[in-house]
Design a protein around this ligand. Sequence first.
Ligand code: PLP
Length: 397
Amino acid sequence: MKITKTEKRRVYLDNAATTCVSDTAFEAMKPFLRGSFGNPSALYAEAREARAAVERAREEIASLIGAAPHEVYFTSCGTESDNWAIKGSMRAQAKAKGRKGRFVTSTFEHPAVLNSAQALAGEGFDVAYANVTDGGMVDEASFAQALGNGADLASIMLANNEVGTIQPIARLGEIAHGAGARFHCDAVQAFAHIPVNVDDLGVDYLSVSGHKFHAPKGVGFLYVREGTPLEPFMDGGHQEGAMRGGTENVAGIVAMAAAAREACENMASDAAHIAALRDELECRILAEIANTRVNGAAPRVPGTLNVSFMGIDSASLVELLDERGVCAAGGSACSSHEGEPSHVLVAMGLPSERTQSALRFSLSNETTQDDIDYTVGALKACSEQLQPFALLDLSSF
Ligand code: PLP
């Protein structure tokens, strides 16, 4: 792995928080930072090159998800895509129907979705939540119940950001549509890691963020099925079909398309490599460190592993691992400074011994066997330091 700026060994296992920009994405964006730096809305050569690159990127991304180019809107991040889809859809439908309808989501969504739901509730919309199982799956009966006699929009994530579980989006979408609701899917942790096709999933809106698959931070996209209600995200110029004014992040958009293409082309081999290392890390932690439990049952995205080190405070373990050169997360990146147990694990109904002691390891195609060996060694040493009885000495049995 590449983040060895110092002589000290570093192992980066927090790819669900963000990834290193790939060589391909970096090379793709360079010409648009300096040479072809024009504003895509202008009329001279540098601008026309920038416009053409943005539209090529739109076509590329559309083809990767089975959409038409005009159904892809570039945004600044996954949070923006989620906010726009949820608030933009609910407000547009409220205007058209002359009443504020119901929004349904699950209790273990990302804060971008949960806080959008809270904002809608504050505006007088009706908001209902589906429960999740202890294995990290949305409870389908609870989802159907939350939809009740009718809703305007439902939003469920494709892969959970903390435990990696993959939700049956096509089935949940059918249930939502059956209740008359439009269906949004937060695919931020899934796109470019597992196949994502908007028709196979049956979604009306889909959110993606570039920095989760080796594009730079500050760029994402929202897919909106043609004819689906949506208010503009912000008022401004004519960019993005006058739905999201603002000069386009040309270099970021081009880099995102290049990273997406590369990830989708290499998906099968990357997934096999990553899942094999993830499974080895999981097996060795369970076998070599006592009182450990895996959170989240299959199916999971290839790179994510969430483990509770019972009896050990997760923040202390993250700090000690960092000192030994291993980057892991003690909850999602967004909540890891808040000192609260993960809302995802709480929503799954796990006891406090598990929610307070959970760490997320997330691998990438740059993770090596050596990284896993080193991490297991570091984990054993850190667990022993924090909880002297956590390591079983099997040789004495
Ligand atoms: N949705 C999910 C599932 C995520 O994991 C994240 C980020 O971790 C987001 C949304 C927000 O994405 P961004 O960081 O690009 O705003």
